[in-house]
Design a protein around this ligand. Structure first.
Ligand code: ZN
Length: 281
């Protein structure tokens, strides 16, 4: 691994912490985040001074200060990049920035094979939350007894249905994210996710664990409703809005009870569309 690779990894990690902090603030307003904020400060201190100044200047404008190359463009602003710049970013002998938006660039791992088109149940698909998910991504009987097992079931489904090439790799990335700070919040909800996955749209899998599982939520909270998301860089800002909308809807007992009562995947799909219809256009 080159010095540049290490620096890129450090910036990605720092950015994940900054975003995790924002996600916690919108999904769990009462969260105590001192520890997370201390890690952010410590990791930031370690960056070379010039990189640090530029990184924080970018972060102030937008949480994405370092973005992947996505289909030949900068995932931050959509500007097309020259072949020679893309090759240089891939080699990573030094840091490169987008000539248009000045964000740092890195070369992403290839995880998504192709854009999926889903089976259609009724007319609800192309509007509301149906834009990001599909009936085959509804799971009503998660059984795992640890975060790794539950995430493994969900990543397996993503692979089985052709949304990712390698479910195990997706699982590793999801576990790395949980290690920063758990994505479980109050009211039995959890929002595990993997960011910076390029090549497809935002993808949501909904999983129900009737018994409940300890997923690192506050106190003795058991998590029962999982919103597992793959989030391309370009949709990050929208993701925060979606996260805040979902946590507001399912903080209400009636909405989460309806989800937990769904017996089949088709039923869960219908409940999801119905309960989110007003909030998510
Ligand atoms: Zn750019």
């Amino acid at each position: 691994m080159t010095v540049t690779h290490k620096l890129i990894n450090q910036m990605i990690q720092l950015q994940e912490l900054v975003v995790a902090d924002m996600q916690k603030k919108v999904s769990m307003p009462s969260a105590r985040l001192e520890e997370l904020e201390r890690s952010i400060a410590a990791l930031g201190e370690d960056l070379p001074p010039q990189v640090k100044t530029h990184f924080y200047r970018l972060v102030k404008k937008h949480p994405e200060a370092i973005v992947p190359v996505s289909s030949g463009t900068c995932a931050g602003c959509g500007m097309g990049l020259t072949r020679s710049l893309i090759n240089a970013v891939h080699k990573a002998e030094e840091l490169h920035r987008c000539p248009n938006c000045a964000r740092f660039l890195y070369y992403p791992e290839q995880l998504v094979e192709r854009e999926r088109t889903s089976r259609v149940y009724g007319e609800a698909r192309k509007t509301g939350i149906g834009r990001f998910t599909s009936p085959e991504l509804m799971m009503v009987s998660l059984k795992g007894t640890t975060p790794a097992e539950v995430l493994g079931e969900m990543c397996g489904r993503m692979e089985q249905e052709g949304f990712v090439v390698d479910g195990n790799h997706l699982l590793d990335l999801a576990l790395q994210r949980e290690a920063i700070v758990s994505t479980a919040v109050e009211n039995g909800l959890a929002f595990p996710h993997v960011r910076g996955v390029e090549g497809g749209g935002m993808t949501l899998l909904v999983g129900i664990h009737r018994k409940g599982v300890k997923f690192g939520g506050p106190g003795r909270t058991l998590s029962r409703i999982f919103f597992f998301m793959m989030i391309p860089t370009a949709t990050s800002a929208f993701y925060l809005k979606l996260l805040s909308g979902l946590s507001r809807i399912f903080r209400q007992k009636e909405a989460s009870a309806a989800m937990l009562a769904a017996k089949t995947e088709e039923e869960l799909w219908k409940v999801l569309i119905k309960t989110t219809r007003k909030m998510i256009k």
